[in-house]
Write a protein that binds this ligand. Sequence first.
Ligand SMILES: Nc1ccn([C@H]2C[C@H](O)[C@@H](COP(=O)(O)O)O2)c(=O)n1
Ligand SMILES: [Zn+2]
Length: 159
Amino acid sequence: MKRQDYISWDEYFMGIALLSAMRSKDNNSQVGACIVSPENKILSLGYNGMPIGCNDDDMPWEREGSDLDTKYMYVCHSELNAILNSPNHDLRGSRMYVTLFPCNECAKAIIQSGIKELIYLSDKYHDTHASIASRRMFNMTGVKYRAYQPTGREIKLDV
Ligand SMILES: Nc1ccn([C@H]2C[C@H](O)[C@@H](COP(=O)(O)O)O2)c(=O)n1
Ligand SMILES: [Zn+2]
């Protein structure tokens, strides 16, 4: 008889998104994204970080202050990184696992790249204009979105 307690596709891909998030240097929100084909093959991964060539140690990571001195002007979101990290893949019909619900800018990139389903973990910015605009665009364009249903399973990396 086959093993019964194997992890589901959702656990697998959200787990990989969470692991990707651990690469982030952001001290407040570490976000990871994993794009998957309809055949459950991983097409791309991303996490929030500074653009290639911008030295993490020289960039601001602050949330507040004058615009130019905050991370918001510079950091590339995990969803956009995942999309851009996969220039040779056709993302049409794929789904994205992301550890934080996308902002409006990432929502535009998700829609334009043809991703059809979004599975998210945290929705901590649910009431912000960015999230409201994302939902508005997803609803209009038929991009499905659903919250990840935690299984309570603990997955430990002890290496
Ligand atoms: N869906 C999202 C939303 C945000 N991010 C990034 C951008 C920042 O690095 C961080 C948010 O920082 P906070 O305002 O929570 O201090 O997360 C992303 O990658 N994807
Ligand atoms: Zn974003």
